[in-house]
Each structure stands twice: as structure tokens, then as C-alpha cells.
Design a protein around this ligand. Structure first.
Ligand SMILES: C[S@@+](CC[C@H](N)C(=O)[O-])C[C@H]1O[C@@H](n2cnc3c(N)ncnc32)[C@H](O)[C@@H]1O
Length: 160
């Protein structure tokens, strides 16, 4: 069982460069046929990341790479893992076009390991338990897991 710790989700204005990046990423994502890609509310996630220590960050299911890129802009050492090959390729192009050095691994985050201090997942509700179990079994004890349930409900979970 994971426990929950408080999270600061007070919205703060994104710099213009970050808004441009988000908008460009969203428009690129529309050209790719990926049923599983549902964007999160990037203003909310930006606020959450802003409030956290700048550590190693890994996005499980990074889609077009917007959160991974925002984390990079904020000073995290950021990486995304994305199973959809087209999305992963497009996200690498997006990051490169904005001069960001975050990396994207193509594959299944249940199979690919990546050392980080903060993990982020926005998955189908039916997958959340599996994501938590994966975190419990393979991730070091001090790490944090951010789970995006909705724009109004982002939770930070840790091992007890
Ligand atoms: C709901 S979208 C969220 C995308 C992004 N995290 C965001 O918040 O905008 C979930 C993403 O996870 C990817 N995905 C689903 N299962 C995955 C898995 N097992 N390994 C890697 N990526 C996965 C999907 O292809 C999709 O791009």
C-alpha cells in the first residue's frame, strides 16, 4: 500500500516559452493516431512540478512529451517512456525543436526501467493499481509517484 503526501497544486502562470511549447506539442499530437493519448491539464501539472525539488523525473506514458519537456524547462533531469512509436518519435522531434535535452525511451514502462526520484503517470483508471504495484516492487524507497486522476485530483504517493 502507498501513502499519500500533500501536494501544492496552486496554479501559477507559465512562462510564454512554456505555453508555446505546450501549444505546439498539442497541435503535433493531433496529427498522430494514438487512441491512448489523452492530454492532461498542463497548467496543473506545471504547478505541481514547480513546487517540487528539481530531481530526476520520469514520465510513464509520455505521449507527445509535453510534461517531460516542461520538467526539463523547470530544471529536472527528465525522461519519458512511451509505447507508441509514432508518439515517441514526434516527442523527440518536439523536444529537439525547442532545444530541450530530455530523453524519450520507446517501449512499455512496465518493462523498461529508468532510475528517477519522481515518477508521473496518467493512465486509464483500470491501470492505476498496476502502476502502483509496479512502483512498489521496482522503484527505490525514497521515490515519489505522481498520479494524475483528473485536473482537480493529482496525488503524490510514497512508500510507507
Ligand atoms: C493518457 S495519455 C497521457 C500522456 C501524457 N502523460 C500527458 O499527461 O499528456 C497516456 C500515454 O501513455 C502511453 N502508454 C500507455 N500504456 C503505456 C505503457 N505500458 N508503456 C508506455 N507508454 C504507455 C499511451 O500511448 C499514451 O501516450
Amino acid at each position: 500500500m502507498l501513502s499519500e503526501i500533500p501536494l501544492n497544486t496552486k496554479i501559477r502562470a507559465m512562462p510564454k516559452s512554456a505555453s508555446l511549447f505546450v501549444n505546439d506539442g498539442l497541435s503535433r499530437s493531433k496529427t498522430i493516431n494514438c487512441f491512448d493519448f489523452v492530454p492532461s491539464d498542463y497548467k496543473v501539472v506545471y504547478a505541481v512540478l514547480y513546487s517540487m525539488p528539481r530531481e530526476r523525473f520520469c514520465e510513464w506514458g509520455s505521449g507527445i512529451g509535453i510534461i517531460t519537456g516542461l520538467a526539463d524547462m523547470l530544471g529536472f533531469d527528465a525522461c519519458g517512456i512511451e509505447i507508441n512509436d509514432q508518439m515517441a518519435t514526434a516527442s523527440r522531434e518536439l523536444l529537439a525543436d525547442f532545444g530541450l535535452s530530455a530523453t524519450i525511451k520507446t517501449g512499455d514502462y512496465f518493462e523498461i526501467s529508468h532510475d528517477a526520484d519522481i515518477y508521473f503517470a496518467y493512465c486509464w483508471p483500470g491501470q492505476i493499481l498496476r502502476v502502483e504495484q509496479n512502483f512498489l516492487s521496482i522503484i527505490p524507497d525514497q521515490a515519489k509517484l505522481l498520479i494524475y486522476y483528473s485536473a482537480e485530483d493529482v496525488r503524490c504517493k510514497v512508500k510507507p
